[in-house]
Design a protein. Sequence first.
Lengths: 212, 806
Amino acid sequence: MTTGVKTLGLDRHWRLALGAVLATCTALSVATPAWALDLATVAAQLAQRKGGEARFTEERFVSGFDGPLRASGTLSFAAPDRFARFTTEPRPESMVVDGNNLVLQRGGRSRQLALDAVPEVAALIEAVRGTLTGNAATLEKNFKVKVEGSAVQWTLTLVPRDARLATQVRELKISGLVSDVRSVELWLAGGDRSLMLVDPLVPSVTAVPTGR
Amino acid sequence: MTRRTVIVLALWLALVALAVGQILRTPFTADLSAFLPANPDAQQRVLIEQLQSGLPARTLLVAVEGGDAKARADASRAMAKSLRASGLFEQVQNGETDSFQQIGEFLVLNRYALSPAVNAERFTAAGLREGIDDTLSLLGTPAGNAIKPLLERDPTGETVRIAETLLPTNAPRSEEGVWVSRQAAQQNPRALLVAISKAPGADLDAQMGAIAAVQSAFDSGSIQGLTLKVSGAPVFGVDSRAQIQREVHWLAIAGTVLMSSLLLLAFASLPALLVAALPVATGVLGGIAAVSLVFGGVHAITLGFGTTLIGEAVDYAIYYLIQARAGGAAHWLKSGWPTVRLGLLTSICGFAALVFSGFPGLAQLGVFSVAGLLAAAGFTRFVMPLLMPQGAHGNRGAGLRQQMGRFAEWGVARLPALRWPLLALSVAAAALLLTRPQLWTAQLSSLSPISKAALDLDASLRADLSAGDARTLAVVQGADLQATLRQAEAAGTQLDALVQRGAIGGYDSVARWLPSLQTQQQRLASLPPPDALRSALAEATRGGPLAAERLSPFLAAVEAARKAPPVTLEALRGQGLSPLLDALLLQRKDGSWVALLPLQPGPDDRLDKDAVQQALQGLPGLQSPGSAPVNAQVIEIGTELTRLYARYLREAQVQALLGALGVVALVALALRSWRRVLAVCQSLLLSVLLTMGLLALFNVQLGILHLVGLLLVVAVGSNYALFFDMLHHGVPAGQGADPDTLASLLLANLTTVLSFGLIALSDIPALSSIGRVVALGSLLALLLSAAFAPRPRRAQGHMGHEKLLR
């Protein structure tokens, strides 16, 4: 009886609105730990962090616009699978992911989505959630992952495996300082990009284990 | 042949010819509509309409299992392609998002009529700035990529607003670009398709073609190791029809063979057999013709039930053939016919209760049986004496009748000794029934011939597709389309607030695709003329990142929209949106419209029905005279079906009680003695108690059909009890309780037990429930009548039912 809207592949408009989701994924992140150069080790360290809060600022560089478009707000994350991004400037907006459920709020309107119905969105969400929870398997499943840097200052470069997602997103660069994610950079297929800088409210106690 | 004989025979032949003529013009159906109530209340009506003619009736759910995800996805794409090309389907969906470009363009073109954000403030400088900021906040994100090409045409993001409202809350899971199942853990992973046929759901031949098309689409692209599963209302309809037809044939053949063998055993005479078949044939023809006249069509289930009519009608022939031996036809008319007539009347009392049943299928059974019995009895009364004036007298063979008679005698002599044990058993049965207050719990689904496995498959496919989630609907209605759309908009406003509060997760509404004319005109009227828009835009973009100079396509688009006609239902249908519209909007036969707003639960599966009810109560209603406004309702499908069934069960209980009272009244009228009426009622009551007790012992959940069966037990059982009462109070002259008369009773009982026993074996629950109860109950009724019968007082001679039955 409800086949109508939900089964109608609204293609582009679908994707437009879903894009709204992606928008929020652009940036993301929260504090996390990591110190090794190999994904498994990084992930193991990240997995110990069970939650956190952070402030973010975001700059988006869009062709056809001279200066960057800016936004800022807060991020929060709680293991195993919840995280949220609340944009406060320039306009209030939020995205809350909990399990397979995604709730978007823009301009006083609220929408709910099933994440697994939109694999492209799910993959982008997993890029962040997988990093925050240290889920190496999820990251590897959706992206080709390259690990660079040092234990103290590391960068994950994620290239989408899914062809559909790849037509939209070229790559994600997630950088962290010890156990905190400190920036997320997203390169779109058209050349536009966004950079989100993350400032944890309580920076993880840096402590690189001294024994190593 | 006398003149009278000729006239009667000619009359009979003419009636038979008329009946055959009527039957030849009769459409026969075998769909499920017989199991849907005929006069539901307002809420149930919506549900029934949907089930009968709505989109679900032509929606096939298709699953591909086996292989790996890629093989399934490839098969899904190949099948979807070939099904779309077949021309049989209005829509085939499998999660691919490549089609529907056209709809996207349509929505973009009509965005100013469709976007909920459009109003006068939206086009002031402040409103424009707000809209533009909203759009800019998406740029530089993957979503922005999709929006960017539209930026100059639609800087305020009306397209995004529309898309937001149309975003499904509960879409199926997607993998490899197609829909797949969600609960991969406990079942085989599947790729899923939904195919909506063009042909109406009631056209089962066309639905069969659609199912075959799905099968052949799967076969042609078949990859090793994949299996196909198809479900949905059309499959149920087609399968049930095939099953019902199969069973009806089987029942008819088995019934004929059984009765013929029984008659041969009893009479050992072919002419007797042929003559006995005539009232049966007359009855069946009369029954079908009557149903056809009353209902305009005959359901195959009714024909299946016809087997039991064979069992009843053949009794008349048996009674006549045996009882007319001694005194001939004239004597039988005085002595035997009154008994048959009383039996006929009590049976009609039982079946008449069915005529008033709320289910068309049961009402057909009632009309069929009443008319069939009347025709068969009429034939026995008027035609039989002409054909065989001496009954079975002239026939040499007595078959096994002697043995049967002696067996019956033996039973009649021994059974009274079992009174106390039988009484004890009845008390035990009553006690057992008292401990089972949940006895009457059979569900509506127990009426339908769809197997549990088929229902389970359907439920799991629906869960995969998230299509079964809309168990709760808000329903609004109006006298015409526009009134209904306005109601849907008003309900939508209330529901939006609930979504915001988290009381519900979301909802679908036709008004998002098709706002009321009033709303569209308001929106289009709020679009400013070019000069005003240009200056407002200049002010709105001053100092912002998006320069007004880039936005001349926007100015042109708004100007075009001001002159554009509103979106109409026809225009949307032209875009291939019919399936969607039909799911959300129905037109009734009386011209009024209904909009369905399926509600989705929130993140934690929360759906606050009371809150919805309350919110919708505030809607301005179309006050129909003398009643509360019924324009907006909340319907919970599961609860509604249960409620519906409970109501029919209550009605049926009253009808059954009235039927039983009718039987007792007839008996009282015939016997004119309270003591004797009580004695008859005693064995009837005990039969019903023991039957129910046995059913309860085997944990049978009782429903409407069992109730109907019990009523028939009372109707049939009263004949047996009466028979023994007559024995006690003296039997007609020349008709002592000789073995032959007892044999005729035993034979009549056997035919009833066997014919109902036959349909008890049916796989169609509607038939088997009745069959089990009546076969068991009538056997018990005979035994109990014999056990509790007073000893015959042979000396008393001729009084009795000759006099009593006048």
